[in-house]
Design a protein around this ligand. Structure first.
Ligand code: NAD
Ligand code: DAU
Length: 384
């Protein structure tokens, strides 16, 4: 083992900041990309709790936050590397050094509204970055001993948005629903899914893909609906609801998503896609009312109910009306089921943000304030 640490010190990773190198055998580890983000960090914490060593690679974009991994600060079986999945040299170096048994790819630009204003960033990471990661992984996998090749997995974390938009009464998305992405974000995720699938068909790389619905829970960056509403409500700011608020999403607690990823990684059929969802469709208005009701119970305000702050604002261009997931395959094949109900999950999430206001304050730095000013500037308050 000492030899391995020395090798890392003698061969510094190209253009990367390695925050920790440990004197333990990291072989059998998982390499998790995007692990400082919302879902990735939940998965890193879960994997470490299960005793599996982890190398986390994250570029630390505005959405990446090392606070999310602070409980692992003294964990000798976790290694954090600041780097880009598109950096071939770095990723090849990390694979050679740590010999992961699985690569789980969470790294992405993930916010639909930002993709409307800056699509190039989404193509760079979600398409080109994923392609580079696949190339490097393929090379690493080819050179593994036979038994390690058989056990190895590349799991790509994707979204239900690749399937497009549903009307009321349409059947939920299955794994056979044709792709019809509508935003630059979902188009870039769709492209990445196709690349992952193509590396399996062309080269036999043992891949798995998960397509999940909207996640919520602790540590979600406050640009997304649920944490944004909680943070705005606590500051007595307007709670912006796009259009008429009748858009529908299917909500899943982030811990349930990570459990599904674990099950797919361990027992999923190679080359397959698994849809993951909460069977919890809600309109955005319902979601915001639930958050306000939870706040009224947990942190009542002398000015009256939080719902008074709600306002309809200009809509998102090309806004997908409804997402709904049919997750029969993962339920039947892997016996996965969500453990959290939406009502309890929202209450717990509101509590988490109340208890972690310092986290939210640090996450919402200057760049965040600039984004909010740009995104919501001049938005009309259309009424309650
Ligand atoms: P997030 O924006 O909170 O986190 C993304 C992380 O990726 C950040 O830590 C960021 O720094 C990192 N990153 C970005 N570009 C990178 C690059 N080039 N190299 C390395 N790291 C990079 O996103 P999230 O909500 O946690 O989503 C994680 C994944 O799950 C994404 O692939 C997303 O498409 C998918 N997903 C999200 C949801 C959801 O509701 N949030 C639902 C389904 C699927
Ligand atoms: O469906 C899975 C996807 O869910 C993930 O792939 C994405 O990474 C994730 O960001 C999420 O996408 P959405 O666009 O559905 O999430 P968002 O939280 O941005 O918005 C949820 C709904 O709330 C959507 O209909 C837009 C609406 N909304 C959002 C914001 C930020 C508002 O009404 N007001 C807002 O201020």
């Amino acid at each position: 083992m000492r030899r391995m640490v020395q090798a890392m010190l003698l061969t510094p990773a190209p253009k990367a900041k390695i925050l920790a190198i440990f004197g333990i055998d990291m072989r059998t580890c998982h390499l998790i990309t995007g692990g400082a983000g919302f879902i990735g960090s939940c998965h890193v914490l879960r994997t470490r709790a299960a005793g599996v060593p982890v190398v986390t690679v994250d570029k630390l974009t505005y959405a990446g936050n090392l606070d999310n991994l602070c409980s692992l600060a003294n964990d000798t079986k976790h290694c954090f590397v600041q780097g880009d999945i598109g950096n071939d040299e770095l990723m090849a170096h990390l694979m050679r050094t740590h010999q992961p048994t699985a690569v789980i790819n969470f790294a992405a630009e993930s916010h639909v509204d930002r993709s409307i204003l800056d699509p190039d960033a989404f193509v760079r990471t979600n398409v080109l970055g994923t392609c580079a990661l696949l190339r490097v992984t393929l090379d690493y996998w080819y050179n593994l001993p036979q038994d390690h090749r058989e056990a190895f997995r590349f799991l790509h974390v994707s979204t239900d948005e690749v399937y497009g938009s549903l009307c009321l009464g349409d059947a939920p998305f299955t794994e056979n629903t044709p792709y019809a992405p509508n935003s630059p974000y979902s188009a870039s995720k769709a492209a990445s899914d196709h690349l992952v699938r193509a590396f399996h068909e062309t080269h036999g790389l043992p891949v798995l893909i998960t397509n999940c619905s909207n996640n919520y829970g602790p540590r979600q960056f406050p640009e997304k609906l649920i944490p944004l509403i909680i943070c705005h409500a606590l500051e007595r700011q307007t709670l912006p609801i796009y259009g008429k608020g009748d858009y529908i999403r299917d909500w899943l607690h982030v811990k349930d998503h990570c459990e599904a990823i674990d099950m797919v990684l361990r027992r999923g059929t190679v080359g397959r896609t698994y849809n993951v969802g909460g069977r919890a469709e809600r309109t955005n208005l319902d979601v915001v009312h639930s958050i306000c009701a939870a706040l009224d119970r947990l942190r009542p305000h002398s000015d009256g109910p939080y719902a008074k702050l709600m306002a309809f604002v200009a809509d998102r261009p090309g806004h997908d009306f409804r997402y709904a997931i049919d997750c029969t395959r993962i339920e039947r094949e892997l016996e996965w089921k969500p453990r959290h109900t939406f009502d309890q999950g929202i209450e717990d999430t509101v509590s988490w943000y109340l208890d972690n206001q310092a986290w939210a304050e640090r996450a919402r730095g200057g760049q965040y304030r600039d984004w909010i000013a740009r995104q919501y500037a001049g938005y009309e308050r259309v009424g309650e």
